[in-house]
Design a protein around this ligand. Structure first.
Ligand SMILES: Cc1cc2nc3c(=O)[nH]c(=O)nc-3n(C[C@H](O)[C@H](O)[C@H](O)COP(=O)(O)OP(=O)(O)OC[C@H]3O[C@@H](n4cnc5c(N)ncnc54)[C@H](O)[C@@H]3O)c2cc1C
Length: 404
């Protein structure tokens, strides 16, 4: 395995760290105030546009984008340490145009989109003037099994007519979100994995309604996670992404690197939680000595360090495999790190919360928000159990000849 960063990545890491420390961190309270004053938890704070302009000027734009036509063309191994840095600072993700779900959408549009898709949908995302969402999950079916998806995409003349009820569509509450990539049944008589397609649905098309944003453990902010309705929505046939019946292929293309970006950010969050925990226990004195001198606290810190190092190495292996043998051959590593990173982040943040006492669950510190985010990682992009099941199945396949 080869994890050495390229000279380009070596150059970008200190530049990104300085941008976060000198520009993004001081802007955080301003952004919070601007959102609060607007009275809309999904408001786009004007300071974000200043941060984006500064990130562009510093060459810190679209760092995730592997396609050199649309970004710096870094490998996954090169991007991993940069993505980890943005995991420590949620604002820096949008500031550098590296925030989900746009990153996954940009990748899939770059890979599978037509010249028309590139011009109408990809170009404005790449330059940061719009945002987008990905609509797969539905309220009435177990969506961890995507073959259950029931929404329909029916061909009618030169159009597709979309009827869909989706929820947990991240990004749809943003006033800047202009389209969804949506999954639905287009070929009801096809094979289980050839029944679905993906279409691009512009949000200003008649029949699209954003019903509400769903809070995550009581928190509802950023660009939201929305319930959305699509009633007899007509889109031109050219808005089909990939081929008819090829929805699963598009979903797979979308979820490879995107899945490990979550893991890289989770490791960044865990590092931040560990740093906060260490600083806090040096400062608080209980029963005559700093908390840092208690054996149980030291064990918490040491366990966190061990787990972060293990998870980082597995993430780097998954990144290296995507770079060298491709997403499909790396699927076990991608599934494994998806589970490991979610566990790591929730465990380390939970330990930090405990070490903070009651302050840990307040909003005076970022730990409660980080915990809510980390907890969802056990669910998004496929719940833990589905990844474990797939890993176990492939492992067991090697021993099928022993089966009774
Ligand atoms: C914050 C957040 C953001 C999200 N963003 C998006 C988005 O942008 N777009 C989108 O389309 N979706 C999004 N989702 C939805 C997410 O992808 C789904 O919640 C996830 O795929 C699980 O589907 P489900 O909720 O229908 O759970 P279900 O399919 O009903 O599963 C429920 C539970 O059953 C268990 N289970 C499932 N399969 C197995 C199995 N094989 N073995 C054992 N147990 C199993 C798991 O514990 C699982 O959590 C988001 C969710 C959250 C919380």
């Amino acid at each position: 395995m080869e994890f050495n960063p390229s000279p380009r990545a070596e150059e970008l890491k200190p530049k990104l760290a300085a941008f976060i420390a000198d520009v993004v961190d001081p802007a955080e309270p301003v952004a919070h105030r601007q959102v609060e004053e607007s009275g809309n938890p999904h408001h786009h704070p004007p300071i974000m546009e200043d941060l984006k302009a500064e990130a562009k000027a510093r060459g810190l734009w679209n760092l995730f984008m592997p396609d050199p036509r649309f970004g710096p063309g870094l490998s996954n191994v090169d991007y991993a340490p940069l993505c980890e840095l943005t995991g420590r600072s949620p604002l820096s993700q949008e500031a550098t145009n590296c925030s989900p779900p746009d990153t996954g959408n940009m990748e899939v549009l770059a890979e599978l989109g037509t010249p028309l898709h590139h011009e109408q949908f990809l170009a404005p995302l790449v330059d940061g003037s719009t945002r987008s969402c990905f609509a797969m999950t539905e309220p009435w079916v177990a969506s961890s099994d995507a073959t259950n998806i029931q929404s329909t995409i029916e061909r009618d003349g030169d159009d597709y007519v979309v009827n869909a009820h989706k929820w947990w569509t991240t990004g749809a509450a943003s006033e800047r979100c202009t389209f969804a990539i949506l999954m639905g049944v287009s070929n009801p008589d096809g094979d289980r994995h050839r029944r679905h397609s993906m279409v691009i649905v512009p949000f200003d098309t008649p029949g699209v309604t954003v019903v509400r944003s769903l809070p995550v453990l009581g928190r509802d902010h950023g660009s939201g996670h929305c319930e959305t309705l699509y009633e007899n929505v007509r889109v031109p046939k050219e808005y089909l992404l990939g081929e008819e019946g090829g929805g699963f292929a598009v979903a797979q293309a979308r979820l490879g690197p995107g899945r490990i970006h979550h893991c890289m950010r989770a490791i960044g969050m865990a590092e931040k939680a560990l740093q906060l925990m260490c600083e806090r226990v040096q400062q608080r004195v209980a029963f005559g000595k700093p908390l840092a001198d208690q054996g149980s606290i030291q064990e918490r810190i040491a366990e966190s360090r061990l787990e972060i190092e293990q998870a980082r190495l597995l993430t780097m292996k998954a990144a290296w495999m995507i770079d060298t043998v491709g997403k499909k051959a790396a699927r076990d590593e991608i599934g494994a790190i998806k589970v490991v990173a979610a566990r790591l982040a929730t465990r380390v943040i939970d330990r930090a919360i405990q070490s903070f006492g009651a302050a840990g669950v307040s909003d005076d510190w970022p730990l409660a928000a980080m915990y809510a985010e980390a907890r969802t990682l056990h669910l998004v992009d496929g719940p833990d159990e589905v990844h474990l099941q797939q890993i176990a199945r492939r492992e067991l396949r090697q021993y099928e000849d022993r089966r009774v």
